[in-house]
Design a protein around this ligand. Structure first.
Ligand code: ADE
Length: 247
């Protein structure tokens, strides 16, 4: 997979792209990162990339020429998805991460201004994405969040292939609790069932605890999962436990 980032602050990406899972994925050739300073594509000798808005008013607007020039330079004849980072975009989630992870090439545009010239949105960009309902000083951190979540889904990027499959959200549920040694820490014990060696019971316990956590923290996610017979039964058990707790 190739990932291009267009930014005025390329230095922000060196740590993130060179470290940990992302750094290893690049070393292994799973992902190829390219960071371009789109100031290089400014159409004037001062390297200007923004200008005042037509119609007046405050703030600056990112010009079309440097962004079109930079995108066209990194894409050539190909038509990859071109993702514009902005708070008005579609809200990012694991489903979109999985969709992006299937692409061969992604281009991210990161801005730091009041706005983008509307022709960038209309004629260049394929996706406008926001990572949440808050405003960052620029799109760089948002692009890093997205790229991290996409690269870790590439086959071979994570040491343990299973961990991406059982992640919170990829199953549609939040993850169950985890424990490791010691079996007792400051008087707090690991649930007996996890040390029973009985795999079917352990899997059932994990699914039940995933459901419990999802009900408590993100009940909205339950509407979207497939209701198997086992899940229905576990939900009924949780409902009964709650009733007994309240009685
Ligand atoms: N740029 C500024 N704020 C943003 C956000 N929340 N998501 C994506 N890009 C942004």
């Amino acid at each position: 997979m190739r990932i291009d980032v267009l930014t005025l602050f390329p230095e922000m990406f060196s740590g993130v792209f060179g470290t940990s899972i992302l750094g290893k994925a690049a070393e292994k050739g799973i992902v190829d990162f390219h960071v371009t300073n789109f100031r290089e594509y400014s159409n004037n000798k001062h390297g200007t990339v923004d200008d005042t808005p037509y119609g007046g008013g405050g703030g600056m607007v990112l010009k079309a020429e440097p962004i079109f020039g930079a995108v066209e330079a990194v894409t050539g004849e190909a038509k990859p998805r071109v993702v514009l980072m902005c708070p008005q975009g579609k809200r990012y989630n694991q489903k979109l991460a999985e969709e992006f992870a299937r692409e061969e090439h992604l281009v991210f545009i990161c801005g730091h201004y009041e706005g983008y010239d509307e022709r960038i949105r209309e004629y260049l960009v394929t996706d406008e994405v926001s990572i949440g309902d808050y405003v960052l000083t620029g799109g760089e951190l948002a692009a890093m969040v997205i790229i991290d979540s996409v690269v870790r889904l590439q086959p071979g990027a994570l040491g343990n292939e299973l961990s991406a499959v059982t992640d919170s959200f990829s199953t549609g549920l939040l993850e169950h609790p985890h424990y490791t040694r010691p079996a007792e820490f400051r008087g707090w014990k690991v649930p007996d069932i996890l040390m029973s060696g009985h795999h079917a019971n352990i899997e059932r316990w994990r699914l039940k605890e995933s459901l419990r956590r999802t009900i408590e923290r993100r009940p909205d996610l339950l509407d979207q999962i497939e209701m198997t017979k086992e899940i229905k039964q576990l939900l009924e058990e949780l409902r009964q436990e709650k009733e007994q707790g309240e009685a």
